[in-house]
Design a protein around this ligand. Structure first.
Ligand code: ADP
Ligand code: MG
Length: 606
C-alpha cells in the first residue's frame, strides 16, 4: 500500500498512530471455511450449485445442491435485485455463506452471500472504510515488528495479532479471544500507553527568557501563617522550574477553592522580582482581590500595578508585578515579562485562552507560564495531562472547613426556612442557586423569576443576579456588604469571597455535575464559619448526591463524577462529553496508567 494512500485512510479513520489503528478491533469474525455438515443456528459456508429457483414479486427462493455433503439447502432473498437474479442463474456454482436456520424441518439460509474468497476466518471491521481497505491497512501496518517498535511487549503484541489475524496466530479452530478479564486489562494498558505517547509527542519545550531564582525566604518569613506542606511542595516545584533557563516552565497548579493558591502565586512573583511578572484573573473583582493581597503580603520593594478597564492602579510600565483582567491582553505597551501567570484558568473562555496562549508563544525564548485552576481533575487524568504540561496538585487546605452537606426535598422546606432564619439572625448570609432565570416547562423546578416574590415578601435584603446580568459585579459587592439572601444561577462569580456566607441551597441539584456542585459548595465557610450545603431535589433518592455529601476532596469528587457518568442522574452536558477511551476508565485505572507511564519512561530515551 502506498504511503499517501495509507495517510489518507488514517485521516478518514480520524487516527494518528499505529496503535490507534491496532486498537480498532474486529467487531466480529467471518468463518469462510467450508463446513463439513449443516449446523442450524451457525453462520456457515458451503460449496453449492443452483438447482432451480422461484421468483415471485420481489422474492426469490433458490434451491442449492451441496455436492460435498450430498444435501440440499434453500436460499431466501426477500428483495431479489436483477443482480441477484443474474448471479444465481440455475446451474451456476457458488460458495454460499450465511446463517443457517430450519424452516419446517428444512435447512435454509436467509440472504446468502456468494463469496469470492473463502477458506479462512476473516476479521470484520465496522469503520467508515470499505472492508477491503481496512483489511489492507491492517495487513500492512499491524505487524509484530511494528508493534514491538512501538514499545509493546510480547503478550500485548500477541494479543493484538491474535485479535486481528485469528487464524495465523491461534491454534487451528481456536475461537477468537474473548474481550474480558486479563485481555481487557491489556487493552486498557495499550490504550493508556498510546494516549500518553501521543501527548508526549505534542509537547514542545522552548528556552526561557530568563532564569528566575530570587530567594523567597524573606517573603515566607513575614507571612502571618506557616505555609501548608502542599503549598511548600508546589512552591519548591516552581522554584525548580523557574530557575532553569534551558526550558520555559509550563505548569498547571490545581487546588480546591481555599487551598491557598494565592500564596503560591505571590511566591512565584517574588522569585521573578524585577524581571517582571504578569498575573491575569478572569474578573475585575478577583483581579482587585489579588492586587490587595499582593500589596498586603509582598515585600515593599516589589512594585505592583493593577490593570483593568477603566480603573487601574499604579503604573504598569514601571511595575514588577502587573495584575489585571483580560484588559491586559489589549495593552499595546505591556512590558515583556519573564513570568506569566493565570489565576482561575478554568474560567476563561476559549477566545481568551487563545490570546493568552499567543502571549506566551512568541519568539525563540518564552516566558515561564504558570496556570492556576480550582477545577480538580481525577488524579489519573492529572497523570495523563502531565505529559503535555507539568501538573501540581494541592490537595490540602490550610484549615479544615466545617461544611455540612445534605440532600433535601419538598418536605424539608419548613425546616430549611427555620435554618435560614436562624443563620440570618446571626448576621450570616444565604445563597440560593436556581437552575434558570425564567420559567421553563422543561425543568420541574422554580426559576428565579418564579421564586423571587416568595423571598422578597418574606425577607429583607434579598438580592438577585445571574450570569447574563450586566450589573452582577456591583450587585455582588453590595450584597457582600448589606445583603441577606442572594438568588442566583450557577454561573455567578466563583472568585469573590463572601466571608459571611454560611448556607448554600442548590435547587435541582441532580441536574448538575458533582464538580459544579463542589465549586458551589466551596463558596460557603470561606472564613472558617460553620456552614451548610443543601442539595434540593425532587428525586426520591440519589446515591450520587449522597456520596457527594460524604466527600470533601475535590479530587475524589472529580473521580466520582467520572464514575457516575453513565448513571441515571441528569448531568449537565459539558461534563458528560469527551470520553475518549474505549476500555480505559480514568475513575478506576490509576494503576494501569501508572504502569503505562513507567513503560514510556523506560522505553524511550530522549
Ligand atoms: P484559593 O485561591 O486556592 O482558593 P486562597 O489563596 O484565596 O485560596 O486562600 C484562602 C484563604 O486561606 C485566604 O484567606 C488565605 O489568606 C488563607 N491562607 C492561605 N494559605 C494559608 C496558610 N498556609 N495558613 C493559613 N491560612 C492560609
Ligand atoms: Mg484563588
Amino acid at each position: 500500500m502506498e504511503e499517501v494512500e495509507a495517510k489518507r485512510l488514517f485521516q478518514k479513520l480520524k487516527i494518528r498512530t499505529l496503535l490507534d489503528l491496532a486498537l480498532i478491533l474486529p467487531s466480529s469474525y467471518e468463518d469462510t471455511r467450508l463446513a463439513s455438515r449443516i449446523e442450524p443456528g451457525r453462520v456457515q459456508t458451503f460449496e453449492a450449485q443452483v438447482e432451480d429457483r422461484r421468483i415471485r414479486g420481489g422474492r426469490m427462493q433458490v434451491r442449492f445442491f451441496l455436492p460435498a455433503l450430498g444435501r440440499r439447502i434453500s436460499g431466501q432473498f426477500f428483495k431479489a435485485t436483477p443482480y441477484h437474479q443474474r448471479l444465481f442463474e440455475p446451474g451456476s456454482r457458488h460458495i454460499i455463506h450465511g446463517k443457517v436456520s430450519l424452516f419446517n424441518g428444512w435447512p435454509q439460509i436467509a440472504q446468502p452471500r456468494s463469496l469470492k474468497e473463502y477458506g479462512r476466518i476473516f476479521p470484520r471491521y465496522k469503520t467508515v472504510l470499505k472492508e477491503s481497505q481496512m483489511r489492507a491497512l491492517i495487513e500492512n501496518y499491524v505487524t509484530e515488528r511494528n508493534l514491538f517498535a512501538e514499545g509493546l511487549q510480547s503478550e500485548e503484541v500477541g494479543l493484538l495479532m491474535r485479535l486481528h489475524f485469528l487464524e495465523r496466530y491461534s491454534e487451528a479452530g481456536a475461537p477468537p479471544p474473548q474481550i474480558e478479564g486479563e485481555v481487557v486489562g491489556q487493552l486498557k494498558f495499550i490504550e493508556a500507553y498510546n494516549h500518553l505517547r501521543k501527548l508526549r509527542s505534542k509537547r514542545h519545550d522552548y528556552p526561557a527568557l530568563k532564569a528566575l531564582n530570587r530567594p523567597i525566604e524573606p517573603f515566607v518569613e513575614t507571612l502571618p501563617f506557616t505555609l501548608t506542606p502542599d503549598q511548600q511542595k508546589v512552591i519548591a516545584e516552581i522554584q525548580k522550574d523557574l530557575s532553569q533557563k534551558e526550558k520555559a516552565a509550563r505548569r498547571m497548579i490545581i487546588g480546591d477553592v481555599g487551598s491557598g493558591k494565592t500564596m503560591v502565586i505571590l511566591a512565584a512573583a517574588v522569585m521573578a522580582g524585577g524581571d517582571r511578572s504578569v498575573l491575569m484573573a478572569p474578573t475585575s473583582i478577583l483581579a482587585r482581590q489579588l492586587y490587595e493581597e499582593a500589596c498586603k503580603y509582598l515585600p515593599r520593594e516589589l512594585k505592583v500595578a493593577l490593570v483593568m478597564q477603566g480603573n487601574s492602579e499604579g503604573d504598569y510600565r514601571e511595575a514588577d508585578f502587573i495584575i489585571g483582567t483580560h484588559a491586559l491582553l489589549y495593552l499595546e505597551d505591556l512590558p515583556e515579562a519573564a513570568l506569566v501567570m493565570v489565576d482561575e484558568q478554568h474560567r476563561f473562555g476559549t477566545k481568551q485562552r487563545a490570546l493568552l496562549e499567543a502571549l506566551v508563544s512568541q519568539g525563540e525564548r518564552r516566558p515561564h507560564y504558570l496556570q492556576f485552576s480550582a477545577t480538580p481533575i481525577p488524579r489519573t487524568q492529572a497523570m495523563m495531562e502531565s505529559e503535555l504540561i507539568d501538573v501540581s496538585l494541592i490537595t490540602q487546605t490550610p484549615f479544615e472547613k466545617e461544611i455540612h452537606s445534605r440532600v433535601i426535598g419538598r418536605s424539608d422546606f419548613p425546616e430549611l426556612l427555620r435554618h435560614i432564619e436562624k443563620e440570618l439572625e446571626e448576621d450570616h448570609q444565604v445563597l440560593i442557586v436556581y437552575p434558570l432565570v425564567e420559567e421553563s416547562e422543561q425543568i420541574p423546578y422554580q426559576s428565579i423569576d418564579e421564586a423571587r416574590g416568595f423571598w422578597e415578601k418574606r425577607y429583607e435584603g434579598v438580592y438577585v443576579t445571574h450570569g447574563r446580568d450586566r450589573n452582577k459585579e456591583e450587585i455582588l459587592l453590595e450584597f457582600r456588604e448589606q445583603g441577606k439572601i442572594l438568588l442566583a444561577t450557577t454561573v455567578i462569580e466563583v472568585g469573590i469571597s463572601l466571608p459571611r456566607l454560611t448556607t448554600i441551597v442548590i435547587v435541582g441539584a441532580e441536574r448538575l455535575g458533582l464538580a459544579t456542585l463542589h465549586q458551589l459548595r466551596g463558596r460557603v465557610g470561606r472564613n472558617g464559619l460553620k456552614s451548610w450545603c443543601f442539595l434540593y431535589t425532587n428525586l426520591q433518592s440519589s446515591e450520587r448526591l449522597e456520596k457527594f455529601c460524604r466527600t470533601k476532596s475535590g479530587f475524589e469528587i472529580a473521580r466520582l463524577d467520572l464514575a457516575y457518568r453513565d448513571s441515571g442522574d441528569i448531568v449537565d452536558g459539558t461534563i458528560q462529553s469527551g470520553q475518549k477511551f474505549r476500555w480505559l476508565d480514568l475513575a478506576e485505572d490509576e494503576e494501569i496508567v501508572r504502569r503505562a507511564k513507567e513503560r514510556l519512561n523506560n522505553g524511550i530515551t530522549e
